[in-house]
Structures are given as structure tokens and as C-alpha cells.
Design a protein around this ligand. Structure first.
Ligand code: NAD
Length: 391
């Protein structure tokens, strides 16, 4: 049985620190809200925050097909009395009917087929989920008279390989490097169409990279979760490129803040908003910090950069979100990373059972040969749990 108490307390602490305005708190109180992908890395944090805001009279309905990880059940979803989990697929009419029967007045659409390499390996499924699934959900939302539809888009999907930095919303490249990027662009266009044509109020929230509790490792999953996983197993961390590359890693609850504000603020519908940390983190620093926090002595090894991974640097500007919705990240990178590692320690058995890696393989190995190899060296036993001094 997973203990969710720490995550619930962390969300409570975050919302307390955030101090949302009275109108926002009132707006969410008693609402029925649908979150697709609510068992995922971001969704599992969002539903905790929405459940707290909705209170006893409100309800958070989660629709998730649990496809992101090989998991027997929704263990990432806290069993709170006002969270209702529906195991289902947003492409399936019956599942959509089931969740819209609960009469949600808002939809947060986070379900998706993320992962550049995954979408290259399965381009048709990725379009079915990210494009056709979205269209079905938009249709149900407008027919059900949903008040607001918040779409989880991607900032790095919009900018191709040579973005002008810090990346702003209006820098668009028509040369995406993976099918999932095409899908997110297409998704935003469908959302804009539904806003213009039907008046459905939609906000396109563009995420970049994230970290936080609830983010599972796996062959197609995010770099931070995978680095923590391999590091805790005592393996050398695979760096695809030189390690000088930078990315913009936002803490999950800061992104949740952006989603909550986007769902409320009257200036948000019809806009695309970067939700990011605004800070560039070097991949080499990320790997070293994680290794030092877990006590992993196996260091790193280098692989060729993956073909689709053309951006040497990425950092986003969130000035527009700050101006229109008052978005302000509250969490230092080190603090967010520390909380993520703590979540791994606390849930190691579940995580190890669900982590989806073919034997001996990490997603980073796809599309690149080891060129400065340090043998992957699993520890014979699990490393002693180190005390995390907020790295
Ligand atoms: N986390 C990031 O860094 C990041 C960056 C850019 C964009 N995004 C977007 O934000 C959203 C959430 O990201 P995340 O990191 O939480 O992803 P995630 O993979 O952890 O969560 C997505 C969830 O959607 C569910 N899902 C997938 N297909 C489904 C379907 N057909 N029906 C119902 N549920 C389905 C999965 O089981 C999973 O729980 C995604 O759409 C992603 O593309 C995330």
C-alpha cells in the first residue's frame, strides 16, 4: 500500500506558501473537474492540488489508461474521498461517456504519448492518442458545455533545433524533430480552432522539462527520473552529448500552479503560455548532483547525441505567463530535485517493479553508440539510504 501522506502534505505546504487569491480559491471550491492523465508525473500532482481546492463538495475525476508505466494499478493516484479514478482511454467513447456523466465543468488535459523516441518508434499510435484522442475530448467538452479546457502542450515541440533563447511563445519552427512535437503543434491548433469556432475557453500551457514526485523512470521517460533510478542502482549515468547541453527543468508543483492559474484567470483563454523555471541547468551538473545525493560512485559515461535531440541549449521565458496569470515559480531546482529523490527512496519497491526498461537498456542508448564508455556497474546491493541535505 503506497503511503501518500508525504505528497499530500507537500501539496498542502506548497499551496500555503503560494497563497492564492481569495477569488481563485472560491472559483475552485465545490467544482467537478476532469483530469486526463491524472496518474502521470504531472497529473498525479495536479489532482492532489485540485482535490484540496475543490474541497468536500467538489470532485476530481481522473481518466487514465495507465499506459505510461507497466503498473498493475493506479498507485500514483492518492485514494482521497474526492478523487475518483476511472481506468479508461480517452480514445474510447464509452470511457468518455463515463467521465462526462460526472458533469465536469473544467477539463485539464494531460494524458498523452510523451517521449520523442517513443513517438519515433510508434508514430501512428502517438498521433492516435495525441491528436485523435484530443479531438474526441474537445468534442465531448464542447457538447457538455465545459467552462474551461486547459491543454498540456510542449514548449520544446514548437521551437525546432535552433531556438532563440530565452524561448518565447512566438518563436515557432515548422521543422520539428519528432512526431510527438508535430502532435503538440497540431493539438494547439485544434484547441485554437475550438476556441474560435465554438467559443470553448482554452489555454495552451507549454511545459518544457519537469521533475517532481510521481515521475516514473522507464525506457521512454524523462531524464531526471531515469538518472535518479540508474544512480540509485549504482550505475554510471548515460549522457547523450557533451554534458554541456542545458535544459529548463521546472518543479511539478510550480507547473501545477501554472495550470491552476490558467484555469482561473480571465486573461488566459485563447493564449499559449510558457510554464517553465526560466533557468538553464547543465546536464553534467544534473548528473553530478544526482550522483552525489544518492552516493553513487559510478559517475557518468558519454554517448553520441541522439538524432532527434538537436537543441544544444534550451531555456524558456515565462514573462507572458507572469504578466497574464501571475505565474511565479517558487521552487529552487535543488529543492525540487531533493524532493524527487526522496520520493524515489520512499517508493523504491513500487518504482522498481513498474520501471519499464528492457533488460540492460536505457532510452539514452537508443540512436547512439557509447563513445567514451565507462562500464555500467550495478552495485550488488542497494546503496545505504543517505540523508538528503537538500542538495
Ligand atoms: N513533464 C514534462 O516535462 C512535459 C513536457 C512537455 C509536455 N508535457 C505534456 O504534459 C502532459 C503530462 O506530462 P507527464 O510528464 O505527466 O506525462 P506522463 O506520461 O507521466 O503522464 C501521462 C499520463 O497519460 C496517461 N495516458 C496516456 N495515454 C492515454 C490515453 N489514451 N487515455 C488515457 N490516459 C492516457 C498515461 O497513462 C500517463 O499516466 C503530457 O501530455 C506531456 O506531453 C510534459
Amino acid at each position: 500500500m503506497t503511503d501518500h501522506s508525504k505528497r499530500i502534505a507537500e501539496v498542502e505546504r506548497y499551496l500555503g506558501k503560494l497563497g492564492l487569491r481569495h477569488e481563485i480559491i472560491e472559483y475552485y471550491k465545490g467544482r467537478s473537474m476532469l483530469v486526463t492523465g491524472g496518474a502521470g508525473a504531472l497529473g498525479s500532482n495536479l489532482i492532489l492540488a485540485l482535490a484540496q481546492l475543490a474541497g468536500k463538495e467538489g470532485r476530481v475525476i481522473v481518466l487514465d489508461n495507465l499506459s505510461a508505466v507497466s503498473s498493475a494499478g493506479p498507485w500514483n493516484v492518492a485514494p482521497l474521498p474526492n478523487i475518483m479514478f476511472v481506468l479508461g482511454d480517452m480514445r474510447n467513447e464509452d470511457d468518455l461517456k463515463r467521465v462526462f456523466k460526472e458533469d465536469p465543468s473544467m477539463v485539464f488535459h494531460l494524458a498523452g504519448f510523451p517521449g520523442n523516441q517513443k513517438s519515433i518508434d510508434y508514430p501512428a499510435i502517438s498521433a492516435e492518442v495525441d491528436v485523435l484522442g484530443l479531438i474526441r475530448l474537445l468534442e465531448y467538452s464542447r457538447l457538455a458545455g465545459v467552462e474551461k479546457f486547459v491543454y498540456a502542450s510542449s514548449g520544446s515541440a514548437m521551437c525546432g533545433s535552433f531556438p532563440v533563447l530565452p524561448l518565447r511563445e512566438d518563436f515557432i519552427s515548422m521543422h520539428p524533430s519528432a512526431p510527438c512535437q508535430i502532435n503538440k503543434m497540431t493539438g494547439e491548433m485544434y484547441c485554437n480552432f475550438y476556441q474560435h469556432h465554438y467559443g470553448l475557453k482554452i489555454v495552451n500551457c507549454r511545459f518544457f522539462n519537469s521533475c517532481g514526485p510521481g515521475d516514473m523512470p522507464g525506457q521512454y521517460r524523462n531524464v531526471i527520473a531515469n538518472f535518479i533510478y540508474w544512480s540509485m542502482k549504482g550505475c554510471s549515468l548515460p549522457i547523450t552529448g557533451s554534458g554541456e547541453e542545458t535544459r529548463d527543468f521546472a518543479y511539478a508543483l510550480d507547473l501545477v500552479q501554472g495550470l491552476i492559474r490558467s484555469g482561473y484567470e480571465p486573461a488566459a483563454p485563447g493564449e499559449d503560455l510558457n510554464l517553465a523555471s526560466g533557468k538553464a541547468i547543465r546536464i553534467m551538473d544534473l548528473a553530478r548532483t544526482i550522483n552525489s545525493a544518492t552516493g553513487n560512485r559510478a559517475e557518468v559515461h558519454f554517448l553520441e547525441r541522439r538524432r532527434w535531440d538537436g537543441k544544444p541549449r534550451l531555456v524558456a521565458s515565462f514573462e507572458k505567463a507572469r504578466r497574464l496569470i501571475g505565474y511565479e515559480p517558487l521552487t529552487d531546482f535543488d529543492e525540487g530535485l531533493g524532493t524527487s529523490i526522496e520520493w524515489f527512496w520512499d517508493n523504491w519497491e513500487q518504482i522498481e517493479a513498474c520501471a519499464d526498461f528492457p533488460p540492460g537498456m536505457n532510452s539514452a542508448l537508443r540512436g547512439g553508440q557509447i563513445n567514451r564508455a565507462v562500464a555500467i556497474r550495478p552495485l550488488r546491493s542497494f546503496p545505504e539510504k543517505t540523508t538528503l541535505n537538500r542538495i
